[in-house]
Design a protein around this ligand. Sequence first.
Ligand SMILES: NC(=O)c1ccc[n+]([C@@H]2O[C@H](COP(=O)([O-])OP(=O)(O)OC[C@H]3O[C@@H](n4cnc5c(N)ncnc54)[C@H](OP(=O)(O)O)[C@@H]3O)[C@@H](O)[C@H]2O)c1
Length: 243
Amino acid sequence: MIGFIGYGNIGSALVRAFLSHGVPADEIMISTRSPEKLRPLLEEYDISVVNQDEVQTADILFLCVRSSDALNVLKQLTSFKGHLVSINGGILLEDLSSVYSGPVTKVMPPLTIEVGRGIVLLCHNRICPTSKTVEELFSKVCIVENLPECEFPVVESITGCAPAFFAKFAELLAESSGLSPDESLKMAKETLIATAMLLDERKLSLNDLIKKVATEGGITEKGLQVMDDELPPIVRKMFERMH
Ligand SMILES: NC(=O)c1ccc[n+]([C@@H]2O[C@H](COP(=O)([O-])OP(=O)(O)OC[C@H]3O[C@@H](n4cnc5c(N)ncnc54)[C@H](OP(=O)(O)O)[C@@H]3O)[C@@H](O)[C@H]2O)c1
């Protein structure tokens, strides 16, 4: 059985990703603080909603609460004997292993896992230098990248945070257009989706795509020049602030 504690943004994305990639609903159980949030899921799938005692019988247990709550919740899991999976970027394997003496895998899934795309970062504690079960579970859904834990923070700035950065940029672009917010946000969102699809379906590099759109002397080129001049220090500042 696969157990989940916490059904917020990432807990729900993981559950839905596994369900839509072949994990049977009767192999999943969820324990969360506000079970009413499970209603839409339960209308689609027959999943066991359990309490914190029962969820500890899982073979693999995903701890999907916020980082500030994770170690406290983990301390309460006194009967759990299976494989713990943590999705909390800020909590080190060492800290998790000081509370739970069994096998622990730290993963950094992107929110996009819900639609079966993106890159999941993964590393294990000393008790399980590799874990086929957890890796195979994620491999069903998206690309799995094994990384040393020390590389997580920088890499997750791209794999985990960038969906929000791309969406924010599209929002700013829409706001600057002077069009009605409804119209411009709709256009920016559709263009974001179409851009990702074009990159994927035509196997373009980012630079190929930039060159194809920015005709010499055209308005895209003018906008890109401002980005080249002004954006690099802003992106550097974002990385400095995040790490
Ligand atoms: N969002 C992302 O894209 C993303 C990606 C990778 C990793 N993460 C990491 O995942 C963690 C969770 O983020 P999130 O965005 O999913 O947060 P969230 O939406 O606030 O979800 C946290 C969930 O945990 C539940 N919870 C809290 N305390 C609990 C307890 N004692 N027992 C059972 N359930 C409990 C919450 O219940 P309530 O519904 O009652 O609040 C909620 O369902 C963070 O550390 C974040 O860094 C997030």
